[in-house]
Each structure stands twice: as structure tokens, then as C-alpha cells.
Design a protein around this ligand. Structure first.
Ligand code: F6R
Length: 245
């Protein structure tokens, strides 16, 4: 595991974009695993800037995202498809037919997960998987207690997550109760993994996840067992790891 310290969020975003850019330049037809959430937004902005500057070509790139809410169509502004379109897909020359997320509108969970696993296998696996880190150590929607052996599966959101998401929806009934997510097994099968973490509020979980014991209680801790993981964290997020790396 390689830990790279960034000065701040902007520096982190630039460094992460540099690594993703290098991946695309070295292998134009690469498969990128992508994440939503607030942390990668700056990274996507940097990638868009590099594309606008003529330094990046997404025309042969394939993407597979980590997760999607069950029950939300792509047009819903809270869907992860909408997020990806807004922050990246609509702003670069990627072929939309090669951008994949689990199908949130598929009501048959087993089928949705089976289909998504098939997509990931059919594109030949993920060259570089981008991840954010949840405050409780989750990656994707793999919450504490998750089973490491799972591929894409359907998860029920905790009451806490449902309440936290409430503000984005007109009513509580509209808040999705479930999501489809790549499992830990899927994530661990990526050739390389790039984790981006920012902020003082993540300092504790960064220490636990990357320097504590490997345990399903902290899902991201399994990343210690992967041979090619790069963590880019800003000074604030690394503030409780002095002397550990
Ligand atoms: C996003 C995802 C989540 C986030 C995590 C961190 O697709 O699956 O695991 O990466 O919740 O989110 P932020 O970056 O908002 O702190």
C-alpha cells in the first residue's frame, strides 16, 4: 500500500487525476472503476480540464461504477448515473455505451447483480478502481459487517443513511431503501486501486482502515491485502497517522 500525502483537497484532486490520466495514456482502452460522493468531484474536474486542454482522450475508455440506488431511474438527479453524467460523462468524449452502472430500475435484485457482474467480467475486469472512504470504513455500499467474498449484491441502507439522504428528496418515502453495489470481492479483483480521502473528519478512519487490523468491521481494511493500492490523502486526513507510513 502506497500512501501519498497531499497538501489539501485541490492537491489531492490533481494528484489523483494525474494517476488516472497516466492510466488512460498508457492504455487508452482501459477499464476505469469509478466512484461517486463528494471526494472524487475535484478529481473529475481535473480530468475534464485535462481533456479540454487536449491532453486526454476518453474515446476508448470503459467505465464501471461502484454502485447505484435501487429504484432510481437515470434521470433522477439523485441517481449515481446522473452524478457521473453531470461531473464527467457529459463533459468528455467518452462513448456513453461504454459507461456502466448497476441498473437501478431493475426490480429483480438477483438479476440486476448477475447482469452487472457479467458486465464487469465481459469488459475484462477493472484496470484502475477509484474509491472514496466512508466515515465508518465503508467502500461502495459495503458497510461494516460486510462479507468479504461477495461480488455485486443488493444492500439495505441503514436507518442512519436513509435519514441522512432525506434532505435530497421531496419526501421520506422517495428515499431509496436499497442499493446495488460491487462487493469487496469485485473491488479486490481490480488490478490497481486508488483511494482518495480528504478532511480531518476522516483522520480516525484512515488510521483504522489502513494501519489497523483487517476486519469486516472496517470494510476498507481489506485493501491492506491488495498488492497495488495507492491512497492519496490530504494532510488533515493523515493527521492521525504520524510515524505510521
Ligand atoms: C460512492 C461510494 C461511497 C463513497 C463514500 C465516501 O460511489 O460508494 O462509498 O465513496 O461514502 O463519500 P464521500 O467522498 O462523499 O466522503
Amino acid at each position: 500500500m502506497k500512501i501519498i500525502k497531499a497538501k489539501d483537497y485541490n492537491d489531492l484532486s490533481r494528484k489523483a487525476a494525474n494517476i488516472i490520466s497516466a492510466q488512460i495514456i498508457m492504455k487508452p482502452h482501459c477499464v476505469l472503476g469509478l466512484a461517486t460522493g463528494s471526494t472524487p468531484i475535484g478529481t473529475y474536474q481535473q480530468l475534464v480540464e485535462r481533456y479540454n486542454g487536449g491532453d486526454l482522450d476518453f474515446s476508448e475508455v470503459t467505465t464501471v461504477n461502484l454502485d447505484e440506488y435501487k429504484g432510481l431511474p437515470r434521470e433522477n438527479d439523485q441517481s449515481y448515473y446522473y452524478f457521473m453524467n453531470e461531473h464527467l460523462f457529459s463533459k468528455v468524449n467518452i462513448d456513453k455505451n461504454r459507461t456502466f452502472l448497476p441498473d437501478g430500475t431493475e426490480e429483480d435484485s438477483a438479476k440486476a447483480c448477475r447482469d452487472y457482474n457479467a458486465v464487469i467480467h465481459s469488459v475484462g475486469g477493472v484496470d484502475l478502481q477509484l474509491l472514496g472512504l466512508g466515515h465508518n470504513g465503508h467502500i461502495g455500499f459495503n458497510e461494516p459487517g460486510t462479507v468479504f467474498e461477495k461480488e455485486t449484491h443488493c444492500v439495505s441502507l441503514t436507518e442512519r443513511t436513509i435519514q441522512a439522504n432525506r434532505r435530497f428528496f421531496a419526501s421520506e418515502e422517495e428515499v431509496p431503501r436499497q442499493a446495488y453495489t460491487m462487493g469487496i470481492k469485485t473491488i479486490m479483483s481490480a488490478h490497481r486501486i486508488l483511494v482518495v480521502v480528504s478532511g480531518e473528519d476522516k483522520a480516525e478512519i484512515v488510521r483504522e482502515a489502513f494501519f489497523g487490523p483487517v476486519t469486516p468491521a472496517v470494510p476498507a481494511s481489506i485493501l491492506q491485502m491488495h498488492n497495488e493500492v495507492i491512497v492519496i490523502a490530504d494532510e488533515a486526513a493523515l493527521s492521525k497517522c504520524e510515524g505510521l507510513y
